[in-house]
Design a protein around this ligand. Structure first.
Ligand code: G16
Length: 574
C-alpha cells in the first residue's frame, strides 16, 4: 500500500482561497527499486529437488538473482502476497536471504516470514506455509550435500500446499531462466535476522519468526507426547540424536531434550554450522559415523536417530541395529494405530519407485492402496492433497505424511519413539517381528559418485538399448520378468513423467533399478537399487550384501558397471 502525501499549498498571493492538492502516491523507497539488466545462465534447470550447485556457482554475479526472478516471473498474482523464507544455515544462507528479501520487496510482495537467523528446516518451512496459508516459500538448502565456501548451495520454491513445486512449475521457472533479461531489486539496507519481530523493507513487511515454535506445536498435535515423555525419562531407556551440525539441532533440543524430557546431551552436534563442521550431513551408515559408533559400541543406547542438512531425512537405529528406510516406512505404516493422529486408519501409502516393496505388503494387509511414484518428494503432493495417501516414504532416508508436504526427519523420529513407547519393545524386536509377519525385503543401494557424466550417460543409453531383449533371459536362478524405463501418470492430474529409472524385475519378485541422481553437483552419480524378498523366517538373518550377492553380480553383468564407470566398487553403500 502506498502512503498518500497530502500537501497543503498556501498561496502567498492575496488570499482568495486555499488550495489543497492530492499529489500522486509516492514513497521515497520506490526510488530505490532498481531494474538490473542480466543475461541468462544455461544451467538453471531444477533437479530432483530444486537448483543445487556449488557455492561458487551461486556467487557468480546475477546467478542467484536470475533464478529468484525466474521463480517470481513464473508465479501468478504474487503481488501483495506473503512468502516464507529460510534455509538450513549453510554457508551463503544469510547472504542469499538478504538478496531474496530485497528482490521480494522490489517485486511487490507484501510480507515475508523469515526464520530467525535465516534458519527454517525444510519441514518447518512447509509447516509455516500451510499454517499461515502463504502463497508459497523459498527454501535455501542443498540438503545432505556438504556446505562451506567450497561446498554446495541450493534453492527451491514450494507452493501454497507447502510442498515442492510440481514439474509444471519447475519447468516454467527453467524456461524463464533461459530468456531472462532483467531482475528487480531494492537498494535497502540488510535486515537484522537475529531478532524476532517486524521491520520494513520498502513497502514490504519482513517478519522474523521463531524457527521452531510452529513446527513444535504441529508435532505436539500428532504424537502422544505424554507417553514419549514417560519413555524418555524412564531410567531404562536411552536415546541419542545426531543433528550433524545441521538445521535440526535447535528443533531436536527444544522438542526431544526439553519438551520430551530426554535431557541435555541427548542431541549431539546440535549447533548448526555453516560448513556442518566439515561433515557430510547425510544420515546414513557412512556419513553419520559418530552416531553409528555410539549405537554399535559398548553401552549403546536403545535408540539412535539422525537427520540431514535441512532436516527432512532421517536414519533410525536400534542398539546395534540399522533400520533400512524402506523397512521404516513399512513399519511406521503397520504401527500407525499407536499414534494419535493416524490411529483412525490410513488412506493409502505412497513410495518412490526405487524404494523397496515392503510397504506394499503392509498396504495389502491393511486393504489400502499403495502408489509408486518417481523419485522426488514433489510427486507425493497431489496424492496427499487428494487424500489418496496418508504416509509417504523413500529409500533415500525420507519419510513423511499428510501433516505437511515435505518429508520430515524429526517427525519420523517421533513416530518411532511413539511406537517404542506404546509397544515397550526394542527396535530390533519390532523389526524382526515385522519381517516374520510380512516377510523381509532385503534391500540395498549402491552409489557410484563422481562418475564422468558422459560415461554415465553411455551406461544408461546402453541399458536402454538392451531393455527390450531382456525379458525371459536367465541369470543363474533369476529370470527376467520385465524390463522398462519407469514412466508415471499422476492419478490426480494425469501429468506424465517419463524416463524415471530403468527397472529390471525378476520372476521371483526381485528387482534391480538403475538411475542417475538428480541432486549431485559433481559429474554424475549412478544409483543401483537392489531388492529381493524372503518370506522364509529361517532365511531372514543373512547379512544384506550377502543376501543380495547374486543380484549385485547380475547388475554388473547387465550394465557393465565397472567398465563403464571405471570404478571397481561403489563409493557409498546404504
Ligand atoms: C531429494 C528428493 C528426494 C530424493 C532425493 C534423492 O531429497 O526430495 O525425493 O529421493 O533427493 O534424489 P536423487 O536420487 O535424484 O539424488 P533431499 O533430501 O536431497 O532434498
Amino acid at each position: 500500500m502506498y502512503f498518500t502525501l497530502l500537501v497543503h499549498v498556501v498561496s502567498l498571493a492575496p488570499a482568495k482561497k486555499q488550495v489543497k492538492t492530492n499529489k500522486k502516491p509516492h514513497h521515497p523507497d520506490n526510488m530505490d527499486i532498481r531494474t538490473v539488466a542480466t543475461t541468462p545462465f544455461s544451467d538453471q534447470k531444477p533437479g530432483t529437488s530444486g537448483l543445487r550447485k556449488s557455492v561458487t556457482t551461486f556467487q557468480q554475479p546475477h546467478y542467484l538473482e536470475n533464478f529468484v526472478q525466474s521463480i517470481f516471473d513464473s508465479l501468478e498474482n504474487y503481488q501483495g502476497q506473503t512468502l516464507v523464507l529460510g534455509g538450513d544455515g549453510r554457508y551463503y544462507n544469510r547472504k542469499a536471504i538478504q538478496i531474496i528479501l530485497k528482490m521480494a520487496a522490489a517485486n511487490g510482495f507484501a510480507r515475508v516470514k523469515v526464520g530467525q537467523r535465516g534458519i527454517l528446516s525444510t519441514p518447518a518451512a512447509s509447516c509455516v506455509i500451510r499454517k499461515y496459508k502463504t502463497l508459497g516459500g523459498i527454501i535455501l538448502s542443498a540438503s545432505h550435500n556438504p556446505g562451506g565456501p567450497n561446498g554446495d548451495f541450493g534453492i527451491k520454491y514450494n507452493i501454497g500446499n507447502g510442498g515442492p513445486a510440481p514439474e509444471k512449475v519447475t519447468e516454467a521457472i527453467y524456461a524463464r531462466s533461459k530468456v531472462i533479461d532483467s531482475y528487480k531489486i531494492l537498494d535497502g539496507s540488510d535486515i537484522n535476522l537475529d531478532t524476532l519481530g517486524e521491520s520494513k523493507l520498502g513497502e514490504m513487511v519482513v517478519e522474523v519468526i521463531d524457527s521452531v515454535h510452529d513446527y513444535q506445536e504441529l508435532m505436539e498435535s500428532l504424537f502422544d507426547f505424554d507417553r514419549i515423555h514417560q519413555l524418555l525419562t524412564s531410567s531404562n531407556f536411552k536415546m541419542s540424536f545426531d543433528a550433524m551440525h545441521a538445521v535440526t539441532g535447535p528443533y531436536a533440543r527444544s522438542i526431544i531434550e526439553q519438551r520430551l524430557g530426554a535431557g541435555v546431551g541427548c542431541v549431539q552436534n546440535g549447533t548448526p554450522l555453516e560448513d556442518f563442521g566439515n561433515g557430510h550431513p547425510d544420515p546414513n551408515l557412512v556419513y553419520a559415523h559418530d552416531l553409528v559408533e555410539i549405537l554399535f559400541g559398548e553401552y549403546a543406547p536403545d535408540f539412535g536417530a539422525a537427520s540431514d542438512g535441512d532436516g527432512d531425512r532421517n536414519m533410525i537405529l536400534g542398539r546395534k541395529f540399522f533400520v533400512t528406510p524402506s523397512d521404516s516406512l513399512a513399519i511406521i505404516a503397520a504401527n500407525a494405530k499407536f499414534v494419535p493422529a493416524y490411529s483412525q486408519g490410513l488412506a493409502g501409502i505412497a513410495r518412490s519407485m526405487p524404494t523397496s516393496q515392503a510397504a506394499d505388503r503392509v498396504a495389502a494387509a491393511l486393504g489400502i492402496d499403495c502408489y509408486e511414484t518417481p523419485t522426488g518428494w514433489k510427486f507425493f503432493g497431489n496424492l496427499l492433497d487428494a487424500g489418496k495417501a496418508t504416509l509417504c516414504g523413500e529409500e533415500s532416508f525420507g519419510t513423511g505424511s499428510n501433516h505437511i508436504r515435505e518429508k520430515d526427519g524429526l517427525w519420523a523420529v517421533l513416530f518411532w519413539l511413539n511406537i517404542l513407547a506404546a509397544r515397550q519393545q526394542s527396535v530390533e524386536e519390532i523389526v524382526r517381528e515385522h519381517w516374520r509377519t510380512y516377510g523381509r525385503n532385503y534391500y540395498s543401494r549402491h552409489d557410484y559418485e563422481g562418475v564422468d557424466s558422459e560415461r554415465a550417460n553411455t551406461l544408461v543409453k546402453n541399458l536402454q538399448v538392451a531393455l527390450p531383449n531382456l525379458k525371459g533371459k536367465k541369470y543363474g536362478a533369476y529370470e527376467v520378468e520385465y524390463s522398462d524405463n519407469f514412466s508415471y501418470t499422476d492419478p490426480v492430474d494425469n501429468s506424465v513423467s517419463t524416463n524415471q529409472g530403468i527397472r529390471i524385475g525378476f520372476t521371483d519378485g526381485s528387482r534391480i533399478v538403475f538411475r542417475l541422481s538428480g541432486t549431485g553437483t559433481q559429474g554424475a552419480t549412478l544409483r543401483i537399487y537392489l531388492e529381493s524378498f524372503e518370506g522364509d523366517v529361517t532365511k531372514q538373518n543373512i547379512e544384506t550384501q550377502q543376501a543380495l550377492g547374486d543380484l549385485i553380480t547380475i547388475a554388473d553383468e547387465i550394465a557393465q558397471i565397472r567398465e563403464n564407470t571405471g570404478m571397481d566398487k561403489p563409493t557409498v553403500i546404504t
